[in-house]
Design a protein around this ligand. Structure first.
Ligand code: NAP
Length: 322
């Protein structure tokens, strides 16, 4: 009997893939960094029983319609905005993601980014390395306090709650906004539910952790930045498209807000000439929210386990539905 065929769109460590090779015929794109060519991906989708994809792979109608024997697409991310879920469901293709295993790691990064932006850590590090540090000065590299300030979390889901937990450790006042209230988080974390407008007006740190959907796309725009405190710091570790980058740039330049910590961008990788990168009050990271070695390996394992379960005609651990 021929083994089911799995195509993985990036090169993953052998130690992760080898245990599955006995049962499956596994082929990987030969680069860890370079995305798979679209034509190759379309061709592979036509041959594969399972695909393991990353967030830059567009799993759209064109691709899904090629999948004559495709049973499952396992996305190496908790977000699935790169996948047309409705078409997958119509075509009987199971979609899985990697929730939970990345929650704490992404919360660590989100809080680190908040702190790095508020306390100007990246700028201060460059200052020392360039040899500019000649004297102590009363306001040298003075940033903004974090402790006892107000954090406003838009998207109080798994990662949002884990960020709130960290914020409580810094004696922060926690506000949150979701489409639905989470009484449990309110009791457990002392978080206070606010409307979106109230949250952006009152928070010192506005943190976006809502998924990218038609509803959230561009939800942080000019008028929203104008409503924020001029001392506010905007942190985005969700998806770049949730904020309008031109408006964010203007808001920073015009002093509507004080800074931004960004792990995600409208176009990734962001061009080094992008105006946002010319601003000292911006800390920019290359989408590394879940990027610890332990967590990335856990995500890879979860993808392969999900694929195996679906190909064995069992329920996957973490299925995405519309
Ligand atoms: P989650 O548990 O599903 O939480 C998302 C939260 O957003 C939910 O509580 C949801 O509550 C809320 N939400 C959805 N639509 C909303 C809207 N229109 N307005 C306000 N809130 C809304 O997901 P998660 O595991 O925490 O992950 C969150 C996101 O983080 C992912 O979708 C992904 O984009 C991003 N992420 C980024 C990285 C990175 O590397 N930077 C890593 C992991 C995840 P309601 O349904 O009640 O509105």
């Amino acid at each position: 009997m021929t083994k089911p065929y799995i195509f993985i769109t990036r090169s993953l460590p052998e130690e992760i893939v080898t245990p599955f090779q006995e049962k499956f015929n596994v082929k990987m794109w030969d680069s860890e960094e370079q995305p798979v060519d679209r034509e190759v991906l379309l061709e592979e989708a036509g041959k594969a029983d399972a695909l393991i994809t990353v967030l830059s792979d567009q799993v759209d109608e064109e691709l899904l319609s090629r999948g004559r024997q495709l049973k499952v697409v396992a996305n190496l991310a908790v977000g699935f905005d790169n996948i047309d879920i409705k078409t997958a469901e119509k075509n009987g293709i199971t979609i899985t993601n990697t929730p939970d295993v990345l929650t704490e790691t992404t919360a660590d990064l989100t809080f680190s980014l908040l702190m790095a932006t508020a306390r100007r850590l990246i700028e201060a590090n460059e200052y020392v390395r360039k040899g500019d540090w000649e004297n102590w000065a009363p306001l040298l590299m003075a940033g903004h306090d974090i402790h006892h300030k107000t954090i406003g979390i838009v998207g109080m889901g798994r990662i949002g709650e884990a960020v709130a937990h960290r914020a409580r450790g810094f004696h922060m006042n926690v506000l949150y906004h979701n489409r639905s209230r989470k009484k449990e988080a309110e009791e457990k974390l002392g978080a206070v539910y606010k409307s979106f407008d109230e949250l952006v007006t009152q928070a010192d740190f506005v943190v976006c952790l809502a998924p990218l959907t038609p509803e959230t796309k561009g939800m942080f725009h000019k008028e929203v930045f104008k409503k924020m405190k001029s001392s506010a710091i905007f942190v985005n570790t969700s998806r770049g498209d949730n904020a309008n980058e031109d408006d964010l740039y203007q808001a920073l330049v015009e002093g509507d807000i004080a800074g931004a910590g960004l792990d995600v961008f409208e176009n990734e990788p962001i061009s080094k000439d992008h105006p946002l990168l010319s601003l000292q009050q911006v800390v920019a990271l290359p989408h590394i929210g879940s990027a610890s070695v332990e967590t990335r390996k856990a995500m890879m394992n979860l993808c392969l386990e999900n694929v195996q379960l679906v190909l064995d005609e069992q329920e996957p651990k973490t299925k995405v539905t519309s």
